[in-house]
Design a protein around this ligand. Structure first.
Ligand code: PRP
Length: 232
């Protein structure tokens, strides 16, 4: 059914800049290169992790960027506090926010979401025969879903980081965490026993913002698409 009026007619006049939420930490440099290719130049202290500023103007008066934790990028966008964001597929898998639309795989932040455990226990028994397992992770939903699909009840201990300590200290037998080079696992006596999903970063968009300002938001999506060398 076609709407009897143009939906855009009801879009409020935008006076404030759009907000693009970006994750701090490991993919900040890769994000910087992508923004450069997309012709977006944030104020220079955006790339300075020591800067206490959290919101930065860009060379586009109508676009500001904010720098937040990777999990919080999704929250800002889901609630419409930011209209656009760059966010790992791991975060999207964990929260499954219905308000987020993820139109583009940006091909940065390559890593994988994996299961790991102490090299001493890995292979000592068949995980297919487990009935329960304790898991340390910052991805409780993914971990529960992963084990539930295998008929294993996961008791999840939620941590915010440094999961790799959990097996050696008896907090949990396994961890579910991101693995990039594998150096953190190795340095902590752990081995990867299963890959849950390959991960890259996505451009994400607030669905309501896209509905109310399709041309404006669509133009920014197109700009990122062009920066990736993709068309239409
Ligand atoms: C991530 C992840 C691992 C590490 C893996 O942590 O949680 O700890 O990177 O990378 P590697 O395989 O290259 O060693 P991050 O440094 O992003 O910090 P976090 O602990 O705050 O999540």
């Amino acid at each position: 059914m076609t709407a009897p009026y143009p939906l855009q007619a009801f879009a409020p006049e935008r006076s404030a800049p759009l907000i693009l939420a970006l994750p701090k930490g490991r993919i900040l440099a890769e994000c910087g290169e992508l923004l450069e290719r997309a012709g977006i130049r944030p104020a220079p202290d955006y790339a300075d992790e020591a800067s206490r500023r959290l919101r930065f103007p860009t060379d586009h008066a109508e676009l500001d960027v904010i720098r937040v934790r990777s999990f919080d990028v999704a929250t800002f966008v889901a609630f419409g506090a930011a209209q656009l964001g760059i966010c790992g597929a791991d975060v999207l898998m964990e929260f499954d926010y219905s308000e987020i639309y993820a139109p583009l795989d940006l091909g940065i932040g390559h890593c994988r979401l994996s299961v790991a455990e102490k090299k001493e226990t890995a292979g000592s028994d068949d995980p297919n025969r487990w009935s329960q397992v304790r898991v340390a992770t910052k991805y409780p939903n993914i971990a529960r879903r992963y084990y539930a699909a295998r008929g294993i009840q996961a008791e999840v201990v939620t941590l915010n980081g440094s999961m790799e300590l959990a097996p050696s200290l008896g907090l949990a037998r396994v961890i579910v965490d991101l693995v990039a080079t594998g150096n953190t696992l190795k340095a902590n006596g752990l081995v990867e026993t299963a890959v849950i999903a390959p991960i890259t970063s996505r451009l994400i968009v607030n669905r309501t913002a896209l509905k109310t300002e399709p041309e404006l938001i669509g133009a920014w999506i197109a700009r990122f698409r062009a920066a990736l060398g993709e068309t239409g």
